[in-house]
Design a protein around this ligand. Structure first.
Ligand code: HEC
Length: 157
């Protein structure tokens, strides 16, 4: 009888712990506040914000590079640039930062990485620039969607 109680205690403890971890690392968003311009402000430290904005500038440069390579029908370059901007680039994102990003924003972010990987795949398989161009057009809808919803205010000193 005593053992059963201990087992139940352990089960409830584990459930509570996994619930906490899911909330903290997967759902996130406890650090999101309303912004004066109607968007949601995601509060990060200065270093985290600098990291994300640097990734954003890299995104813009990837979009430009991939677009130009498609125009020049250089599918080897398309594959290379798109692969670098794809999920491979997520390897160096700190876990604590991921935990601060709300789930819907993570979906848009990973979705964008996934779309870069799809472009890389097209460039290696069908090598059709029109298909790759259409995929890039769709990918950019993610940039627009996320910017319409979220902002990253500069931390107050
Ligand atoms: C998951 C959400 C998300 C996606 C997807 C996203 N961005 Fe951003 N981006 C942001 C946020 C949030 C900011 C900060 C905006 C603000 O504070 O007003 C930002 C800022 C930027 C900036 C400004 C960087 C700076 O130094 O201030 C650029 C450039 C940018 N994004 C380009 C892009 C491009 C290009 C894409 C698509 C390939 C993209 N972003 C996709 C969320 C996103």
């Amino acid at each position: 009888m005593k053992n059963v109680k201990i087992l139940w205690f352990i089960i409830i403890l584990l459930l509570a712990l996994s619930g906490f971890l899911v909330k903290k690392f997967i759902i996130g968003g406890s650090n999101v506040v309303a912004s004066s311009d109607g968007r949601s402000a995601v509060i990060m430290t200065k270093d985290e914000r600098d990291f994300v904005l640097k990734e954003m500038r890299a995104f813009l440069s990837s979009v430009q590079g991939v677009s130009q390579a498609i125009t020049e029908n250089d599918m080897v370059k398309v594959a290379d640039l798109a692969h670098k901007a794809g999920m491979a680039a997520e390897a160096n994102t700190p876990t604590e930062l991921l935990a601060k990003i709300p789930l819907a924003m993570k979906k848009l972010g990973f979705g964008t990485r996934g779309k870069f990987d799809e472009i890389a795949e097209t460039a290696k398989t069908s090598k059709d620039p029109i298909v790759a161009r259409k995929q890039l057009d769709t990918l950019m809808q993610n940039c627009i969607a996320c910017h319409a919803i979220y902002r990253l205010p500069e931390p107050q000193k």
